[in-house]
Design a protein around this ligand. Structure first.
Ligand code: IMP
Length: 427
C-alpha cells in the first residue's frame, strides 16, 4: 500500500507543484482533494512553464491518472479553459477524472467573492475565485454537484432556488444587477457537454488503485496555516488543506494513508492579510521576493516574505502528522550572509513554543531568532546532500532536528532535475 499525502506546511506557495510533479512521475494516480482555482501550481518542463489551477499536476505524465476529488470546488469555465490549453500544447487529458460529488463553482460565486471582499471592512485578501461563496453554498446545502450537471431537468429547480437567493443578496444588499436563470442554465448545459465524459465516482477509482498496490499521491493545495480549522482564522481559505482533508476530500479512509509529506520553503511567504511574525520589510525580504519569484501564480500579487519559522513547522508536523518534509527553494538563500530562523516566540516577556490560536497574541509575538552563517555558494547544481556546502547541510539538519521530521527531499531550483532525493517516498 502506498498512499502519500502531500500538504503545504506554511501559508501556501511552498513549491508543492514542483514536488508533486517530481513525485507524479513515480505515482500511478494523483488526486486533488480540496480548494479550487485559487491554487496555482507552476511546473517547469524543458523551459516550458505550465500553470495549473484545477487539473492535478500529474497530467504532464501520460500514464498517470489525474483525479479531481469530491472536496474540490470546480469552476467548470476555468477547467474547460485549462483542458483546452493543455490539449493545445500537446498534453492529453484522457486520464483526467472529476468526482461526481465535487461542488460546482458558478460565475455568481466569483461575483459574490469580489463584492463581499470589496465591501468588507475586514478584508481577507481572497483570490476572488469564488472559493468562499462556493463552499458556503455547499455547507448550507444550497450548492449542486458535478453529477447534477448530468440531470439538467432536475438541476433547473436547484439552480432557480440558488439564484433567487443570490439575487436577493446582490440586489438588496450590494445594489448590483441580478443573475439570469436561463443564462445560468445554458452555461450548465455547456459544462455538461464539455465535461460530462470526465465525471465519475472517483472514490471507487482511488480506493481500487490503493487496494491494487498502485502508488497514489494526494496533492494538497494552499497550506496548513490557510486551513479553515487549523489556520490563522479568519485569514484562511474555506477548505481543509491539512492531511485529514485528503481523506474527506477524496472518499478514502485514514487507514489507507501511508505517509504525509509536508512541503516547506527554506523561508516563509504569505499572500493576503493577517499576522506573519517573521516577515521582512527590508532589502533582504525584497531580495528573497525577486530571487524566489514570489509573485502569485493565480493573482500576480507580490508575496510577503520572511525568515523560516520553526514554530509553524512544528505546528504543521503536529496537525498533519508529517512523516517527511520536502524543503524547497534552498537556492534562494544562496547569496545571504546570515540566515535567521525563528525557534520560538516571545509574548509579553514570556517564551511561547506552540503556535498561538489567537491572532491578537500572534500579532504581538516577537520571534526568537537563531542565526546561521550563509553558505554564499550556488546550490542549484547539487544533486545529492553531499554536493551541498556544509553550512547548507547544517541548516537542513537543524530543521530536521527542530521539527522532529526527516527531510526527505530538497529542491534547489524550479526545474524537474533540480531536486535532491534524500529518502525515496515511493519505493
Ligand atoms: P481564497 O482561498 O481565495 O478564499 O483566499 C483566502 C486566503 O487564502 C487569502 O489570504 C488568499 O491569499 C489565500 N490563498 C488562497 N489560495 C492560495 C494559494 O494557493 N496560495 C497562497 N495563498 C492562497
Amino acid at each position: 500500500m502506498s498512499a502519500l499525502v502531500l500538504v503545504g506546511a506554511q501559508w501556501g506557495d511552498e513549491g508543492k507543484g514542483k514536488i508533486t510533479d517530481f513525485l507524479a512521475e513515480r505515482a500511478d494516480c494523483v488526486v486533488r482533494y480540496q480548494g479550487g482555482s485559487n491554487a496555482g501550481h507552476t511546473i517547469v518542463v524543458d523551459d516550458q512553464k505550465f500553470q495549473l489551477h484545477l487539473v492535478p499536476s500529474g497530467i504532464l505524465y501520460p500514464d498517470t491518472d489525474c483525479i479531481i476529488g469530491n472536496g474540490v470546488v470546480v469552476d467548470p469555465e476555468l477547467l474547460i479553459q485549462e483542458i483546452k490549453d493543455l490539449n493545445a500544447r500537446g498534453v492529453s487529458t484522457d486520464r483526467l477524472y472529476i468526482s461526481s460529488r465535487a461542488t460546482v463553482l458558478m460565475p455568481y460565486h466569483r461575483l459574490l467573492d469580489a463584492v463581499e471582499e470589496d465591501s468588507s471592512t475586514q478584508k481577507i485578501g481572497t483570490t476572488k475565485r469564488g472559493i468562499g461563496p462556493a463552499y458556503t453554498d455547499k455547507i448550507a446545502r444550497r450548492g449542486f454537484r458535478m453529477v447534477d450537471l448530468l440531470y439538467l431537468d432536475e438541476l433547473k429547480q436547484i439552480l432557480k432556488d440558488a439564484i433567487d437567493q443570490k439575487n436577493l443578496i446582490l440586489e438588496k444588499i450590494y445594489g448590483k444587477p441580478g443573475i439570469d436563470l436561463d443564462e445560468a442554465l445554458a452555461r450548465c448545459e455547456d459544462y455538461r457537454n464539455q465535461l460530462g465524459k470526465y465525471i465519475v465516482d472517483t472514490s471507487v477509482l482511488v480506493n481500487n488503485a490503493i487496494a491494487s498496490g498502485k502508488k497514489v499521491l494526494f496533492e494538497g493545495a494552499q497550506g496548513t496555516l490557510l486551513d479553515i480549522d487549523h489556520g490563522t482564522y479568519p485569514y484562511v481559505t474555506s477548505s481543509y488543506p491539512t492531511a485529514g482533508g485528503a481523506c474527506i476530500g477524496s472518499g478514502v479512509g485514514p487507514t489507507r494513508i501511508s505517509k504525509v509529506l509536508g512541503v516547506a520553503k527554506a523561508y516563509t511567504t504569505r499572500v493576503g492579510e493577517g499576522p506573519f511574525p517573521t516577515e521582512l520589510f527590508d532589502e533582504i525580504g525584497e531580495h528573497i521576493r525577486q530571487k524566489g519569484a514570489e509573485f502569485g501564480t493565480t493573482t500576480g500579487r507580490a508575496r510577503r516574505c520572511g525568515w523560516l519559522d520553526i514554530v509553524i513547522l512544528r505546528y504543521a508536523a503536529r496537525v498533519n502528522g508529517l512523516t517527511d518534509i520536502a524543503l524547497t527553494k534552498l537556492d534562494v538563500l544562496d547569496e545571504l550572509d546570515t540566515i535567521k530562523v525563528a525557534v520560538g516566540y516571545r509574548y509579553k516577556g514570556q517564551e511561547i513554543n506552540e503556535f498561538p490560536e489567537s491572532l491578537q497574541v500572534l500579532s504581538d509575538c516577537e520571534p526568537i531568532f537563531k542565526e546561521f552563517p550563509g553558505w554564499k555558494q550556488d546550490t542549484s547544481k547539487a544533486r545529492t546532500l553531499e554536493d551541498l556546502p556544509q553550512a547548507a547541510r547544517n541548516y537542513i539538519d537543524f530543521i530536521a532536528q527542530a521539527t522532529g521530521v526527516k527531510i526527505s527531499m530538497v529542491a534547489v531550483g524550479p526545474g524537474r532535475g533540480e531536486t535532491i532525493t534524500v529518502n525515496p517516498l515511493f519505493s
